[in-house]
Design a protein around this ligand. Structure first.
Ligand SMILES: Nc1ncnc2c1ncn2[C@@H]1O[C@H](COP(=O)(O)OP(=O)(O)OP(=O)(O)O)[C@@H](O)[C@H]1O
Ligand SMILES: [Mg+2]
Length: 277
C-alpha cells in the first residue's frame, strides 16, 4: 500500500449549529505538516467532534475553511476517513468482507481487491481472523477491523474521534501503539480527539488543547518523544505532567474572549485545580 500524508490548513474556522445556537467554536486556526499526528484534547462540549466532522467534510463551517494540500474540503472523500468510538461493522460479514466493502462499492477487480484487503488486515495484525465473522471478535479486534477498513482506501488523513474509549486498558494501549506506528510507517496524517492525557502523549506529535465557550485552540504543545513510547518512561511522564498542568489551566478559559493560542514555551495562564477530563 502506498499512502502519503497531506498538508492541513484550517483557517479562521467558526461554527454554530443554527442561527439561534451559541457559537460552537470561534476562529480556530491549525496548520499541520505532511505526516504529522495531531491530538486534540478538551472538556466535553467544547466542539472537538464538531471540528473533526468539518475537517471530514461531514459538516459545513459557518465561516472559515479547511484546506488539504490547498484544496478546500467541501464534502466527504476517500482521501480522508473518520473512525468513531463504535466500529460500525456489518456483523453478518467476515473480517475480509468488512475490510473490502469500500473497494467492493468502488468496483475494484477481485484479484487486486483481495491483495489490498490482505495487506490492510496484516497491518492491523488480524491475519488469523480474516475468515471469521466480525460478531465473533472482541471489541478491540472489531476496532482493528474498522482501522483496516479505513486504511484499505489508502487515505492521506485518518480522523479519529475517541476511537478507543470503550476498550479495556490493555487493548487500548496496544491499539494506541499500533495506530501510531502504522500511521508513521505509511506517512499518513492523524487528527485525533481524546479526553485521555496519556493517550495524547503516547500518540501525538502535537497536542492541541481546546477550551473556552465558544471553543478555541488555547495551547499547542510539541510532543518530542522517541518511539516507541512507554507509559512508565520518565520523559513520557514529565510530558504528561506538563500537559496535565496546561489542561488544568485551560479549564479557566471559559469566557467568550478569554482564549488565545499559547504555543509551547509560552506563558501559561493562571493555574487552576479543577480536572476537566
Ligand atoms: N446536532 C447538533 N445540534 C445542535 N447542537 C449540537 C449538535 N451537536 C452538538 N451540539 C452542541 O455543540 C457543542 C459541541 O459539541 P461536540 O459534540 O462537538 O463537543 P465535544 O467537544 O466533542 O464533546 P464530547 O467530549 O462530550 O464528545 C455542544 O454544546 C453540543 O451540545
Ligand atoms: Mg465528541
Amino acid at each position: 500500500m502506498t499512502i502519503r500524508g497531506v498538508n492541513i490548513r484550517i483557517e479562521n474556522l467558526t461554527h454554530r449549529y443554527t442561527s439561534k445556537s451559541p457559537i460552537t467554536f470561534d476562529r480556530v486556526n491549525i496548520e499541520a505538516q505532511r505526516g504529522e499526528s495531531l491530538v486534540i484534547i478538551g472538556r466535553s462540549g467544547c466542539g472537538k467532534s464538531t471540528l473533526l466532522h468539518i475537517v471530514a467534510g461531514l459538516l459545513h463551517p459557518t465561516s472559515g475553511m479547511v484546506c488539504l494540500d490547498d484544496a478546500q474540503v467541501q464534502a466527504p472523500s476517500s482521501r480522508w476517513v473518520m473512525m468513531f468510538q463504535a466500529p460500525h461493522l456489518f456483523p453478518w460479514m467476515t473480517v475480509e468482507r468488512n475490510v473490502g466493502i469500500g473497494l467492493h462499492f468502488a468496483h475494484w477487480p477481485k484479484k487486486e481487491m483481495r491483495k489490498r484487503v490482505a495487506e490492510a488486515i496484516s497491518l492491523v495484525n488480524l491475519e488469523d481472523y480474516a475468515k471469521n465473522n466480525v460478531q465473533d471478535l472482541s471489541g478491540g479486534q472489531q476496532q482493528r477491523v474498522a482501522l483496516a477498513r479505513s486504511l484499505v482506501m489508502e487515505p492521506e488523513l485518518l480522523l479519529l474521534d475517541e476511537p478507543f474509549s470503550a476498550l479495556d486498558a490493555f487493548t487500548r494501549t496496544a491499539l494506541q501503539k499500533d495506530v501510531r506506528s502504522i500511521t508513521k510507517q505509511l506517512g499518513i496524517n492523524l487528527v485525533m480527539v481524546t479526553h485521555d492525557i496519556d493517550e495524547a502523549v503516547l500518540m501525538a506529535d502535537r497536542a492541541l488543547v481546546m477550551a473556552g465557550a465558544p471553543g478555541k485552540i488555547v495551547h499547542d504543545l510539541r510532543v518530542d518523544l522517541a518511539d516507541p513510547r512507554e507509559r512508565d518512561d520518565p520523559a513520557v511522564q514529565a510530558t504528561r505532567s506538563h500537559l496535565m498542568q496546561i489542561f488544568h489551566d485551560a479549564s479557566h478559559l471559559t469566557s467568550r474572549n478569554s482564549a488565545s493560542t499559547e504555543v509551547d514555551g509560552g506563558a501559561a495562564p493562571e493555574s487552576g485545580l479543577v480536572s476537566i477530563i
